[in-house]
Design a protein around this ligand. Sequence first.
Ligand SMILES: [Zn+2]
Length: 241
Amino acid sequence: MLIDTHCHFEPEDDAAALLAEAAAADVRVLAVGGSTALNAAAAASGAPFAYGFDWSDDAPPTPPPESPRLVAIGELGFDFHWKGPETADAQRERFDLQAGFARERDLPIIVHTREADDLTLTALRAADLPRTGVIHSFTGDKALARACLDLGYYISLSGILTFRNADALREVARWLPADRMLVETDSPYLAPVPHRGKRNCPAFVAATAACLAELRGLTLPALADLTTANALRLFGPRLLA
Ligand SMILES: [Zn+2]
């Protein structure tokens, strides 16, 4: 069994069909929010879900709903690829507010970071969250991975791992501690090889897992056992409820 620790459902998606397709492939799912619309679709999907507000808008994040299926706060985080450095303070404020929700609710966080290594590390350090969390769809270098691992965070690999130009990321993936790796799709985006060009879906997490298994010299079942145990350690047993 594999766990896709990061997929998004959009309001128009047939979540039940996507979850059934995933179950048929022996894939479980963590449905991740990030905006008002994504949070609603994640909560309505019936899967365990994460509730959060990413870097992309400015309205203050609202506290998460009460639900036995709520297993994380996120995604949230930092992006200087799509937003300019003048938004650093606003991005930090959004992060800090939601780190407070994670602390109050005793939940881990799901972190997006792109071209914002320093701000991300400063904020993670300052938040000093007891449950830590995961850096999702990791694309950073070894130095960023090392710093996040030292703070107690997990590193999640998406379909980008399979892309032809991702040698540097594959090098990081080879080197990660075995007890801190997760796999994800970030669907509907970033479909892994050999599914490029299609709409990504949770079942495709197997392609990323197969790539990671090969890099680590493991069989796919051994890699699946490892990453599933890691996901359960981070998100808790409700991930399979
Ligand atoms: Zn995402």
